[in-house]
Design a protein around this ligand. Sequence first.
Ligand code: BV8
Length: 247
Amino acid sequence: MEFSDSLIEEFQPSKNLVVLTGAGISAESGVPTFRGEDGLWRKHRAEELATPYAFQTNPKLIWEWYDWRRGIIAKTEPNPGHTAIAEMEQVFPHFSLITQNVDGLHRRAGNTKIIEIHGNLWQTRCVREGKVGEDYRVPLPEIPPKCECGALLRPHVVWFGESLDQEDLARSYRLIEECNLLLVVGTSAVVQPVASFPVEAKRQGAFVVEVNIDSSPISSLVNGSLLGKAGEILPALLGKIKGSWST
Ligand code: BV8
């Protein structure tokens, strides 16, 4: 796999590197993406199910969807793309990861400097007390699951029409403002406000690189576009970067 010298040159260890990922980084682990052909569940699209209204109307259906996803994700492993990003955290002193994914695979790959900006489907939240817990059981013994207080639990994720966690958002905006190198991996860049992060990074002067099997709305604005599978491109890219540091 070939990378231009000028692109590799941008990945200096002194850089403030932010990595931003979407569902495409987990595709090679076997996790269905949102807008790919595997994005349907019982003929429903994610955008119809991942909303407060859908949960309010039919919590059982929504929890069946999450239980199905949790079952799939529980059988998956981080892929070489996740592993490469985990290694980037080790070798770049100023590294942060912002992920839109709720599958928890970046944590399992070893990343710790991470903002799960759309939440994590292994976490639950009591709709009454707001208490957040973790539950890794697949399948769930009771659907919909309930809190000890008797109220419904919901997945601790951000649904369409819900605001993101204000602290996560503030931290992310600060990282985007301060970064001089942004690596965007496997996102269709349509979901706001995260889709604006690469635009803002480019505006403030960061060097922006996209890794995707397809073009996206940000492909025209990035400095470097690497077309291909994240699980193949990222390990090769990291190998070239480390090689350039030792020469
Ligand atoms: C908000 C968690 C303020 C849940 C997710 C009307 C009313 C209300 C809001 C809106 C509205 N109109 C617009 C909005 C804003 C809305 C929005 O952006 N809608 C879009 C659809 C237009 N956003 C919101 O509602 C956000 N909140 O704005 O708050 C507010 C509040 C009230 C009222 C107004 C505003 C909240 C958005 C968060 C939604 N939650 N997930 C769950 O997962 O169960 S979003 C969901 O989409 C996932 O997090 C996912 O990660 C994310 C983005 O999708 P992608 O990750 O990009 O995945 P996708 O499948 O699309 O693409 C995969 C990509 O990978 C592709 O490009 C593909 O080519 C590539 N790929 C595939 N394989 C590979 C690969 N690349 C590399 N290698 C491979 N092997």
